[in-house]
Write a protein that binds this ligand. Structure first.
Ligand code: AMP
Ligand code: MG
Length: 490
């Protein structure tokens, strides 16, 4: 066997680490393979990053492993236990109900470890009433959105492959099952900490924190402030990720504490949605009746979740340290958000008076139901002589007033229109994964045609340049898009 193959490179440091103490953290579990597996898509760029050659990725071995067939290999796969607050209420034990981690592979000169995890490869001890499966439609959404977020420069779990087979899962109807091979620097959630904190196990909380420090922040290993640094890192990284979500119009949909990554990456793509028209009240999750996870609420919900996490650090830090960490969230969020939004409108740096300029614009966009992504892309071409974005607004007089202030602000910078346009196009995407785009790919895939998945993967991987073959995705969404309804996990 090739020593460099995926199955040889897969190690289970997580397992080794905790096996030495006890296995409170995880359960060994073997995936249930999909019957008659076949690829829907493989992610060549990510494979390359992981040091998996195109030939290897295309092999039956990879197809087997990534659709859950480990029979020929000694891979110590496992499911981890976690708990969490769902919709603001303590939900008790949850855990990887349909996710099985295969191990990590070391990548690059620094041997950076990346977890490989199969989502939808059968039940685990934490499946409760679920079947451990994921259907093709939700898997396509996860596969594409992970890569869309990566393409937008937002730290996220990645998706290496998507396979299906003749296995089915019963949801509202019988549907094809699928497996996403998810790749992440860490799959540990706030909920992993909550599980041990609320089961009165501070020893396990400490072990988990030590594990994270050893794996991700080894420079802090001997630092007396290491637990503070770990929590602070989570607070600051979460603030940055949420600011990025708000700037691209991404709505996660289920910001439960078990869906929040301890590294602050975006994780768990379910009923997410990108804004079409700018509507701060947008609720993408059909089951979120109160709008707890509406677009507007995301920054404050993230802080609520961080509070829940910080509580679990009570055995590692004193109250002042915890409060001090949490206090940093708001400033970090605002500073990140303002900087990104200023860049989106072509400003070299954010100045205090820009807050009004940005807020006024967003108010006008909300009032006149302007498409979020298209507007900012068109704004790249705006100049004294090209004010075609005026057509997006119903209240043109108000727009003219705004444009006058905006032009004055632009004139204060020493940039040509062309220079500004070029830099704005690098932050204002032409394509985001709108629900109707995912739906188009799903319907084609369910009929056996995976070309739309490939097309979307390609354009979302680099959403800042024009892809002539995807011209149909450059305009406003079709009327039927507003009828799509997405709810929790499927
Ligand atoms: P999610 O909404 O995907 O974040 O899932 C919430 C919890 O339910 C997690 O513990 C999941 O692992 C579990 N879960 C969701 N769907 C299934 C399923 N089909 N089978 C088993 N567990 C599931
Ligand atoms: Mg989840």
């Amino acid at each position: 066997m090739d020593n460099n193959s995926v199955q040889q490179r897969l190690k289970c440091h997580f397992y080794d680490h905790f096996e030495a103490s006890d296995s409170t953290f995880l359960s060994a579990i073997t995936p249930q393979p999909l019957d008659n597996p076949s690829w829907v898509s493989t992610n060549k760029d990510l494979a390359e990053m992981l040091g998996i050659s195109a030939d290897e990725m295309a092999s039956d071995t990879c197809l087997g492993i990534m659709s859950g067939d480990l029979t020929q290999y000694s891979i110590n796969s496992f499911a981890a236990v976690y708990s969490g607050h769902q919709f603001g209420v303590w939900a008790g034990q949850l855990g990887d109900g349909r996710a099985i981690t295969l191990g990590e592979i070391a990548v690059g000169d620094n041997d950076e470890l990346w977890d490989l995890q199969l989502k939808g490869a059968g039940p685990t001890p934490y499946s409760r009433f679920g079947d451990g499966r994921a259907v093709l439609r939700s898997s396509i959404r996860e596969y594409l959105c992970s890569e869309a977020m990566h393409g937008l420069g937002i730290d996220t779990t990645r998706a290496l492959s998507l396979s299906t087979g003749t296995t089915t899962a019963v949801r509202e109807q019988v549907e094809p099952a699928a497996v996403v091979c998810r790749v992440a620097r860490s799959h540990i959630r706030f909920g992993n900490f909550e599980h041990f904190h609320y089961s009165n196990n501070p020893k396990a909380v400490k072990e988990l924190a030590d594990y994270l420090i050893q794996r991700h922040f080894s420079a802090w290993k001997e630092d007396p402030k290491r637990y503070y640094l770990l929590l602070q890192n989570c607070v600051l990284k979460t603030a940055k990720t949420i600011a990025q979500w708000q700037s691209v119009g991404f709505c996660h949909g289920v910001m439960n504490t078990d869906n929040m990554s301890i590294l602050g990456d975006t994780i768990d793509y379910g009923p997410f949605g990108f804004l079409d028209i700018y509507n701060p009240e947008f609720i993408c999750n059909h089951s979120d009746h109160q709008g707890r996870y509406s677009f507007r609420n995301q920054p404050s919900i993230a802080l609520w979740n961080l509070n829940a996490l910080a509580t679990c650090f009570g055995s590692l830090l004193d109250t002042n340290e915890i409060t001090d960490c949490l206090k940093q969230y708001e400033n970090e969020y605002l500073s990140q958000y303002r900087t990104i939004m200023a860049t989106k409108i072509g400003l070299l740096e954010y100045q205090p008076q820009d807050e009004q300029l940005i807020n006024q614009l967003l108010i006008m966009m909300a009032n006149d139901q302007v498409d979020y992504t298209l507007f900012f892309r068109k704004l790249c071409d705006f100049s004294v002589s090209n004010q075609s974005i005026r057509d997006y607004f119903i209240d043109r007089d108000q727009f003219d007033l705004w444009a006058e202030t905006y032009l004055q602000r632009l004139a204060s910078q020493k940039l040509t229109d062309k220079q500004r346009c070029e830099s704005m196009q690098q932050i204002n995407p032409l394509y985001v994964l709108r629900n109707y785009m995912a739906q188009t790919a799903i319907e084609a895939a369910e009929a056996g045609d995976y070309s739309e998945v490939e097309l979307l993967l390609k354009i979302l991987n680099n959403p800042y340049i024009t892809h002539p073959e995807a011209e149909k995705y450059e305009g406003l969404p079709p009327d039927w898009a507003s009828k799509i309804s997405v709810s929790c996990s499927s």
